[in-house]
Design a protein around this ligand. Structure first.
Ligand SMILES: NC(=O)c1ccc[n+]([C@@H]2O[C@H](COP(=O)([O-])OP(=O)(O)OC[C@H]3O[C@@H](n4cnc5c(N)ncnc54)[C@H](OP(=O)(O)O)[C@@H]3O)[C@@H](O)[C@H]2O)c1
Length: 211
């Protein structure tokens, strides 16, 4: 059976960056956005392996659906489908408070767990939220691979997302159950705080040392 494309909901910084990286490794993607015409030129520039349509048509076409929208829109999309039918829903969002003041949920839950509660029949996996979009488009650094923690309650779904992260050069690490998103979302804030609030810029990433 032919492999289905990866659906990416949202064609902004993260959506385009992930698409570029996956297409360079032979995957195909279908974007889903509320207004496809707005992004036709950007998607055409990615070549013939990228197409764009409505949010529902992109979901319909794929087994793996990446949420690369603002968090509130991701929750709406999660709720809008009556049965996700076992699809893997990759949550790359962060539930940011206005003005990057922090996170709007946390400690006893996470954005990913809220999305999972809203997305009936989906296997939700948290990934791609802990580093900047530029690092997704091109993950190469001289010092090694970028740490990419991945968590979710379904082991098979987790391992498929780990494979997709590894494919585009990340040091993808299985972080266990979806409740670990309570740690991964604040970890994303560490990068955001350093990059934007402290002025380190966006050309850095976190790596893992092991012995
Ligand atoms: N930027 C980063 O470096 C970074 C890194 C890690 C994680 N994140 C997280 O990733 C998410 C996306 O960030 P971003 O910087 O890519 O945002 P962005 O550039 O603003 O792009 C958001 C995209 O989502 C689309 N969208 C909005 N509502 C939608 C819906 N209901 N269905 C489908 N698409 C919808 C938008 O379309 P319209 O333009 O038509 O509204 C736009 O294409 C956020 O949750 C962010 O916190 C960002």
């Amino acid at each position: 059976m032919a492999r289905t494309p990866i659906a990416i909901l949202g064609a902004g910084n993260v959506g385009i960056a992930l698409a570029r990286a996956w297409i360079a490794r032979g995957e195909s993607v279908v974007f889903g956005v509320p207004n496809p015409d707005k992004y036709r030129d950007a998607v055409a520039a990615l070549g013939p392996s990228a197409t764009i349509g409505s949010t529902s048509s992109a979901i319909e076409a794929a087994e793996i659906v990446v949420l690369a929208t603002p968090y509130a829109a991701a929750l709406d999309v999660a709720r809008s489908i009556s049965d996700w039918n076992g699809r893997i829903l990759v949550d790359a969002t962060n539930p940011l408070a206005p003005g990057l003041a922090g996170l709007s949920v946390g400690t006893t839950t996470s954005g990913a767990e809220q999305i999972a509660a809203a997305a009936h029949g989906a296997r939700v996996v948290k990934a791609f939220n802990t580093t900047g979009a530029e690092n997704m488009a091109d993950s190469r650094y001289p010092g090694g691979a970028i740490f990419m923690p991945v968590c979710g309650d379904d082991a098979e779904a987790r391992s498929r997302v780990i494979a997709l992260a590894t494919l585009i050069g990340f040091d993808a690490v299985d972080c266990g159950a979806l409740s670990a998103a309570r740690y991964l979302e604040p970890f994303a804030m560490t990068w955001i705080h350093m990059a934007i609030k402290l002025g380190h810029g966006r050309s850095f990433a976190f790596a893992r040392l092991q012995r």
